[in-house]
Design a protein around this ligand. Structure first.
Ligand SMILES: [Zn+2]
Length: 222
């Protein structure tokens, strides 16, 4: 015959209740904590600084992630047709150096008065996109040496740092060849009449002497 001790039974029940409450509390904490850590992972892994190609974003509107140092938009730098220097939401434009962008917009406004439009063929590029362009150029030109006359490495490209823009149609480049120095916008390479960078001293001194091609540019020797 077994005699139960009622006091001991109550004590076990109380301990079980406490354990159950603790378990529920832990589950609730996990539920709260998980989405936060997931969010952190998404932000750190999705190219906030733009140096990874997001396969879901081939140049579409980027995701604005607050006020960060540039580049602040994601994406790869592919440029949708019809993009202008005023399209902030396209990463190829929105990730450009703000001073370069301001100069381009001022010039574009004035060029419009002369019925010349500025179309963005290329602007900021992710390092991965730049590498892809370089790989394509090597197979097109047959050697790294020849490709380097046209496409820089991700480490040296002024496009990757957000400091260069390629404009079309040819009339826009011709307009800038005549007026660009007023805005500090200069053609840098003789073989790339579409490629412009900001040279703020140009307003006073004119644009610097051009290089024949990027291989002569000391910045490309790094
Ligand atoms: Zn360029």
């Amino acid at each position: 015959m077994t005699l139960r001790n009622p006091a001991a039974t109550r004590g076990r029940r109380t301990r079980l209740m406490i354990l159950a409450v603790l378990a529920v509390a832990c589950a609730a904490l996990v539920a709260i904590a998980l989405p936060a850590s997931d969010l952190t992972q998404r932000h750190s892994g999705s190219g906030v600084f733009g140096f990874e190609i997001d396969p879901s974003d081939q140049g579409g509107p980027g995701q604005l992630l607050g006020t960060r140092a540039r580049p602040s938009l994601g994406g790869s730098g592919h440029v949708p047709d019809g993009t202008t220097v005023f399209d902030d939401d396209v990463p190829a434009v929105g990730n450009l150096d703000p001073d370069l962008l301001a100069a381009l917009r001022e010039a574009a406004d004035d060029a419009a008065d002369d019925h010349v439009g500025f179309h963005v063929n290329s602007g900021w590029r992710s390092a991965a996109y730049q590498q892809q362009l370089l790989n394509e150029a090597v197979s097109q030109y047959g050697s790294m040496e020849e490709a380097s006359r046209w496409v820089a490495t991700p480490e040296t490209s002024a496009h990757v740092s957000g400091d260069a823009i390629d404009l079309g149609p040819p009339e826009s480049a011709e307009w800038l060849a005549d007026h660009g120095d007023d805005y500090g916008l200069c053609q840098i390479y003789r073989n790339e009449p579409w490629h412009f960078e900001l040279r703020t001293e140009a307003a006073d001194d004119g644009c610097p002497e051009m290089y024949d091609d990027p291989t002569q540019d000391p910045r490309m020797q790094q």
